[in-house]
Design a protein around this ligand. Structure first.
Ligand SMILES: NC(=O)c1ccc[n+]([C@@H]2O[C@H](COP(=O)([O-])OP(=O)(O)OC[C@H]3O[C@@H](n4cnc5c(N)ncnc54)[C@H](O)[C@@H]3O)[C@@H](O)[C@H]2O)c1
Ligand SMILES: [Zn+2]
Ligand SMILES: [Zn+2]
Length: 389
């Protein structure tokens, strides 16, 4: 089959590779029909997630058709149209039973790397490095999905392919971010990052009761979408002081809930950005924390900071003092989309959510390296390039 493979930092290529096969009775093989880029792939591309090997297939946000199931799969059959939550749950461990699928104890066959780095082994993630299980990704003709009954979801009637594909990742990540923020009716929510995840977080914050959402980015096209499609008030951080603007918009209190949809590759205009970038280049720390610091500083006393932007290791100049002295709650995680997939499909069916506008660049899998270049450099108004294998 054909697949997009990671070769080295910032080097991708489309190759012929062997087809996946059923390895365990609870596996399914999916023929991929749409496979999207995601900001998390950029961390792989940029070399920020260790344990990638040349030839690894990336991609984890996808829609497809079941072509084969193992003997232990009961809920799906050949021909079913499905999306996959790529943060893999087993369905049986104590964490999965608590609906914390992204904390699964059983889905990572290479547990030692995250065990050493984080103190406990983390779950497996499709197409996301050997530290997270070494699973082959979805930018390919076929992909193997483990624990299929837990991680596959049937696409219901009334949901288009262009909507469904984002119920795999961007939409549940945005929903999880808003859910973790403990939004109460009347709240003002600030969202950093207007990529696919940030756009969905804005919409989901409204679905969960926010009165006002303020979104921060620098890309004029993404800011325009945040206003026109997601209903946010926007701040361009390159031309406006974000802290001052947020204080002004909230009568000096700060937003009730602050959501980081940017993560470790944040850009910035302030001194801390230059500091982070220099230390990152010297490999003295791994993260660029501009957004996290801004969110913690802006958040109102007693408020919540919800982080879905991905961080991988150690962050310097972390403002713990502000968290303690302002009584902030900090919540985070990889998205447990298994909790939200059915609810998100219902919101789409009811016309309350339409993620299809994230798909700005439909492309052939053969052109996927070009799609990644556009997505990484934010050129041609690319919000998400989506490949058809
Ligand atoms: N937790 C999860 O399960 C999960 C799932 C999917 C994606 N993610 C993460 O979410 C983040 C966003 O993903 P995406 O697909 O939307 O990526 P993206 O690259 O499309 O968007 C990121 C946006 O952040 C903006 N940005 C950079 N610096 C900023 C700053 N200082 N202030 C405000 N905005 C800034 C960029 O201009 C860009 O528009 C990534 O870190 C990704 O890894 C997490
Ligand atoms: Zn993702
Ligand atoms: Zn589990």
């Amino acid at each position: 089959m054909r697949a997009l493979t990671w070769q080295a930092r910032n080097k991708l290529q489309v190759d012929n590779v062997p087809d996946p096969t059923i390895l365990n009775p609870r596996d399914a093989i999916i023929r991929v029909t749409l496979s999207s880029v995601c900001g998390s792939d950029l961390h792989l591309l940029g070399g920020y997630v260790p344990s990638m090997k040349p030839g690894d297939i990336i991609g984890h946000e996808f829609l497809g058709e079941v072509v084969e199931v193992g003997a232990g799969v009961t809920g799906f059959k050949k021909g079913d149209k499905v999306i996959t939550v790529s943060i893999i749950g087993c369905g049986h461990c104590e964490h999965c039973k608590r609906n914390d699928f992204s904390c699964c104890d059983n889905s990572n066959p290479n547990p030692s790397i995250t065990d050493i780095a984080y103190g406990q082994p983390c779950c497996g993630i499709i197409g996301y490095s050997h530290a997270f299980g070494g699973y082959s990704g979805s930018h390919a003709t076929y992909v193997r999905v483990p624990f299929a009954d837990v991680n596959l979801f049937l696409v219901p009637d009334g949901v288009s392919d262009e909507q469904a594909v984002f119920v795999s990742d961007a939409a549940p990540t945005g929903y999880f971010a808003a859910d973790n923020a403990d939004i109460e009716p009347g709240d003002t929510v600030a969202v950093w990052g207007c990529g696919g995840v940030g756009q969905m977080a804005i919409r989901c914050a409204y679905l969960l009761g926010a009165e006002r959402v303020i979104a921060v980015d620098r890309d004029p096209y993404r800011l325009a979408l945040a206003r026109e499609r997601a209903g946010a008030i926007t701040i361009n951080y390159e031309s406006t002081d974000v802290h001052e603007a947020l204080q002004e918009l909230t009568g000096g209190r700060g937003p009730d809930r602050c959501i980081d949809c940017v993560g470790m590759e944040a850009h910035g205009t302030e001194l801390d950005y230059a500091y982070d970038k220099a230390k990152q280049m010297l490999q003295l720390h791994t993260e660029r924390g501009t957004v996290l610091r801004q969110a913690i500083r802006a958040c109102r006393k007693g408020g919540t900071v919800s982080v879905v932007g991905v961080y991988g290791g150690l962050l310097d100049k972390f403002p713990m003092g502000a968290i303690v002295n302002k009584a902030l709650t900090l919540r985070s995680g990889q998205q447990p989309g298994q909790r939200y997939a059915k609810r998100l499909f219902e919101h789409i069916q009811n016309g309350e959510l339409d993620p299809s506008y994230l798909l700005t660049h439909p492309m052939s899998l053969e052109d996927s390296p070009e799609g990644y270049a556009m997505f990484k450099n934010k050129t041609d108004g690319c919000l998400r390039a989506v490949f058809r294998p």
